[in-house]
Design a protein around this ligand. Structure first.
Ligand SMILES: O=P(O)(O)OC[C@H]1O[C@H](O)[C@H](O)[C@@H](O)[C@@H]1O
Length: 623
């Protein structure tokens, strides 16, 4: 829905601006003493409990935020998303990642066509393929079962699957997850899932160290099948497989692509013949890519020319944004190979439960809406530009990188909402998007929490789990290991909210020269989200909550949360550098077309690395 004017011009926005002064007068200590207020700021849904009473907000603030939601047409925008409208207007695409986890038989239309049957066709294909690989019916070129999987992808084709894998890794033994498929746990235990994302050759070396190509399956995951880093990594792994298992050849060639515009205009840099690709590649490599239909023949060709059998390519669609693709074959294929499809299906069901809730629950009970509105309040009104994501669960260690961005160019939140103009292209006179970062507790407490307690104000998301995946207890200890962890989960939000006053310190006989150092101002907002346990279903819920929260923020700010033009410039400059490096190494071509600084750095780099590699001879990682 095109916005009609900027949201900051609405009365609701102006009213909230004026309200900031009232809120700043009231310390969270006071707000927390109102039990009725606190009770009204707790919401439960499907086993989850959200407590947002430690936000610098009153009930009145929420009434005003609801008015802002109305002024921003939030409800209509949510409906447009679910009904398959092309709300990603700059790429002319629908935004339908909710269809990826819709129950079989439901109806979600894109361009008047129900996409759910297509989604399930791919899911069924993944189930069949992953069952065959896991059972040993599908074997490698030398007849051995494929027990190691390397998922090769970057950005959205990496971070989401890594997050889910890390979260499931210690938890897949949860009987509820695998029942009635107990064999899943047994089979997963002898399998390994690896992720190759960075084009840094160190990442390739780390991934293949200790691996036998005979028992390895590589999944090339790329929406466009042209991303420079992914394709070079894929070619490197193909070389590694070929070098070991290279008998029986088929002919093939690579298409090296320099630029992929997000409106699908592909400019070829060069096509180069690589001669013969061993048949083993088709046994040991499969692909996940967008829309491998006749409509997108180009992509099918790319897959085939790479040496992958198009029958072993798993499709998704252009209405799935890269950073929202973990519920497509991007995540479902590697995760099903590792854990079995039934486990991954539960993950999809958890996400779907939140989708239904997001679509239908009234705003005052709607978890993603509440969280999104709070973010808008914190960023645009209270002026807090960052957000810390603090799961008290080591299994959730990759949640913040997925939401935040550990990789160069993709994150659910920062790629979505890191925008400077409205959906209509008007420069924003207010800040949108937040800087996300985080670490699991209690590790973070021993690093950056100092700043959160006494330095900058950073609204925090505390995420706790009631039942640990690992119930460890030592006889004679005061509490179990998980209780020890959770003691911190419960304590930190109060420390941030209440702080510690000079008066309290004086009563404790703190020396006067230390009073200011030991004072905690408090009044630092946070929210607490309690999950019942950490199984595939709950992980799906958590993912969808964050995805929709980001959408809510973007809808209110009036931006397009579903494009990512900001990642393009760096990519095209890298193409220029790549060409220069090739020319200089191959023909000692002069460095041309760069500013003084870049030219100096390039010269130093080229000169100092002259002897490292020889052109035109394959060198695989030294293991
Ligand atoms: O899946 P691919 O086409 O390889 O793209 C991988 C990533 O590349 C980009 O630069 C985009 O900004 C990301 O959203 C995307 O996930």
């Amino acid at each position: 829905m095109a916005s009609s004017g900027l949201v900051c011009e609405t009365d609701a926005w102006k009213d909230l601006k004026a309200h900031v002064e009232d809120i700043k007068k009231t310390h969270l200590r006071e707000l927390m003493s109102d039990a009725k207020r606190c009770q009204s700021m707790m919401v439960e849904f499907d086993g989850l409990l959200l407590d947002y009473s430690r936000q610098c907000a009153t009930v009145d603030t929420f009434n005003k935020l609801n008015k802002l939601a109305e002024a921003a047409h939030l409800k209509e925008k949510i409906n447009l998303m679910f009904s398959g409208e092309r709300i990603n207007s700059t790429e002319n695409r629908s935004v339908l990642h909710v269809a990826l986890r819709a129950p079989r038989g439901s109806v979600i239309n894109s361009d008047g066509k129900n996409v759910v049957p297509d989604v399930w066709q791919v899911l069924d294909k993944i189930k069949d393929f992953s069952d065959r690989v896991r059972s040993g019916a599908w074997v490698g070129a030398t007849g051995k079962p494929l027990t190691n999987v390397i998922a090769i992808g970057i950005g959205g084709s990496f971070l989401g699957p890594l997050f889910v894998h890390t979260a499931l890794q210690t938890g897949y033994l949860d009987a509820k997850d695998i029942s009635p498929y107990p064999e899943a746990a047994q089979l997963a235990s002898s399998r390994k899932l690896h992720f190759l994302a960075n084009v840094d050759p160190i990442d390739v070396a780390r991934n293949i160290t200790g691996l036998n190509p005979e028992t390895t399956l590589a999944v090339v995951v790329s929406k466009t099948f042209t991303t420079a880093e992914t394709m070079l990594n894929a070619r490197t792994i193909r070389e590694w497989i070929s070098a070991a298992l290279g008998s029986g050849k088929i002919f093939g060639f690579d298409v090296v692509v320099s630029e992929v515009s997000l409106v699908k205009v592909v400019e070829k840099e060069k096509s180069k013949e690589v001669g013969i690709i061993p048949e083993a590649v088709a046994k040991h490599m499969v692909a996940v890519s967008t829309n491998l239909t006749t409509l997108h023949y180009f992509y099918t060709q790319l897959v085939e020319k790479f040496g992958i059998d198009p029958n072993n390519a798993f499709a998704f669609w252009d209405w799935v944004g890269g950073r929202y693709s973990v519920c497509s074959a991007v995540g479902v294929l590697p995760l099903s190979l590792q854990y079995g499809f039934p486990v991954v299906e539960k993950f999809l069901q958890g996400a779907s439960s939140i989708d239904q809730h997001f679509r239908s629950a009234p705003f005052e009970k709607n978890l993603p809406v509440l969280l999104g509105l709070l973010s808008v309040w914190n960023v645009s009104f209270l002026g807090y530009p960052a957000r810390a994501i603090l799961p008290y669960s080591q299994a959730l260690e990759k949640l913040a990188p997925h939401i935040q961005q550990a990789c160069p160019d993709d994150s659910v939140s920062m790629e979505s909402n890191g925008k400077g103009v409205s959906i209509d292209g008007v420069p924003l006179p207010y800040e949108a998007g937040e800087i996300d970062f985080g670490e699991p507790g209690t590790n973070g407490q021993h690093s950056f929490y100092q700043l959160i307690h006494q330095g900058r104000v950073i609204p925090c998301d505390f995420i706790g789990v009631v039942k640990s995946q690992q119930p460890v207890y030592l006889k004679g200890e005061l509490v179990s290991n998980h209780d020890e962890l959770m003691s911190n989960f419960f304590a930190q939000p109060d420390a941030l909210a209440y702080g510690k006053t000079p008066e309290q310190l004086l009563k404790e006989n703190v020396p006067s020269n230390l009073i200011t150092h030991k004072t905690f101002s408090g009044n630092r907002p946070s929210l607490s989200l309690l999950l019942p346990s950490l199984n595939a279903y709950n992980i799906g819920q958590l993912l969808a909550i964050y995805e929709h929260r980001v959408a809510v923020e973007g809808f209110v700010w009036g931006i397009n949360s579903f494009d990512q033009w900001g990642v393009e410039l760096g990519k095209s400059l890298a193409t220029q550098v790549r060409k220069q490096l090739h020319a200089s190494r191959k023909n000692a071509g002069p460095i041309e077309g760069f500013n003084f600084s870049t030219a100096t750095l390039l010269t130093r780099y080229l000169e100092a690395s002259k002897d490292v590699l020889k052109e035109d001879c394959t060198v695989l990682p030294k293991l």
